[in-house]
Design a protein around this ligand. Structure first.
Ligand code: OAD
Length: 247
């Protein structure tokens, strides 16, 4: 991979880093992305599966879809892209990882300063009273969403279309993007807001902004540099450069 002298310098000197990730970073683990040739939204319609209305209309269908995705995620593991970001966090003063992914792979790789903008597929809570569901409640029923003690339906803890992000999550992400010296945008099509606004927020605040993706995206025009390739191959090389300087 060709790392420009400017990017090399930024990797070596940056003390505050912010990274935005999307489905592409988990693609090499075997988790399908949403858009593109093999994307989930080519085969399934978001409005039938990822909205509150869809859940109220057909709770079992929506539940089954999330059970299917949970099953898939349970079988995969973090890849070298996730691992590289966790390693970088241990070597730099501050690395905030903002992810749109709900798969929990960053946490499993060891990233700790993590903002999950779109929630967590492993969490479930009551649609009516908001209480988190106990794991026993979930184990009992697989094909339909269980009921909470209050009588409400238990729903997956992910952000659906038309819903607000978890409280404080976007504000924390904006703060990290605005305060960093180096901002990386990894494996996201940049099609979904407000996450897609973060690269321009970082750039306006003075950060050097770099994209890692096999293809150009809707946010490529906002980048200082786009590195075309897979996250699992490029991130370990970038982190090697950053970490070797810190050692
Ligand atoms: P997308 O599916 O929109 O985009 C995935 C991106 O990953 C594309 O730009 C691919 O080119 C890129 N990609 C594929 N393989 C890669 C690899 N090995 N390394 C690096 N990049 C790779 O996924 P997101 O941008 O994450 O929202 O989608 C944003 C949101 O839209 C999701 O969080 C989800 C979806 O609807 C909700 O569910 C609320």
């Amino acid at each position: 991979m060709d790392v420009s002298p400017e990017l090399r310098k930024r990797l070596v000197t940056a003390r505050r880093v912010c990274v935005l990730t999307g489905a592409g970073i988990s693609a090499e683990s075997g988790v399908p992305t949403f858009r593109g040739e093999e994307g989930l939204w080519r085969k399934f319609r978001p409005e039938e599966l990822a909205t509150v209305d869809a859940f109220l209309r057909n709770p079992s269908l929506v539940w089954e879809w999330y059970q299917f995705r949970r099953g898939l995620i349970a079988k995969v593991k973090p890849n070298p892209g996730h691992d590289a970001l966790a390693r970088w966090e241990r070597h730099v003063d501050e690395l905030t990882l903002v992810t749109q992914n709900v798969d929990g792979l960053h946490r499993r790789a060891g990233s700790r300063r993590l903002i999950e903008l779109h929630g967590d597929i492993h969490r479930n809570f009551c649609l009516d009273c908001g209480t988190d569901a106990a794991p026993e409640l979930l184990a009992a029923e697989a094909v339909a969403p269980p009921h909470c003690a209050c009588g409400g339906r238990i729903r997956p803890g992910v952000v659906w279309f038309g819903e607000s992000l978890p409280q404080g999550a976007f504000e924390a992400a904006v703060e990290a993007a605005g305060a960093c010296e180096l901002f990386l945008c990894v494996g996201t099509s940049g099609a979904v807001y407000p996450a897609a606004a973060l690269p321009s927020i970082a750039r306006r605040a003075g950060a050097y902004v770099v994209e890692v993706n096999p293809t150009r995206t809707e946010v490529s025009g906002q980048m200082h540099a786009t590195l075309l390739g897979k996250a699992g191959e490029i991130l370990p090389e970038l982190v090697d450069i950053a970490v070797s300087a810190a050692a």
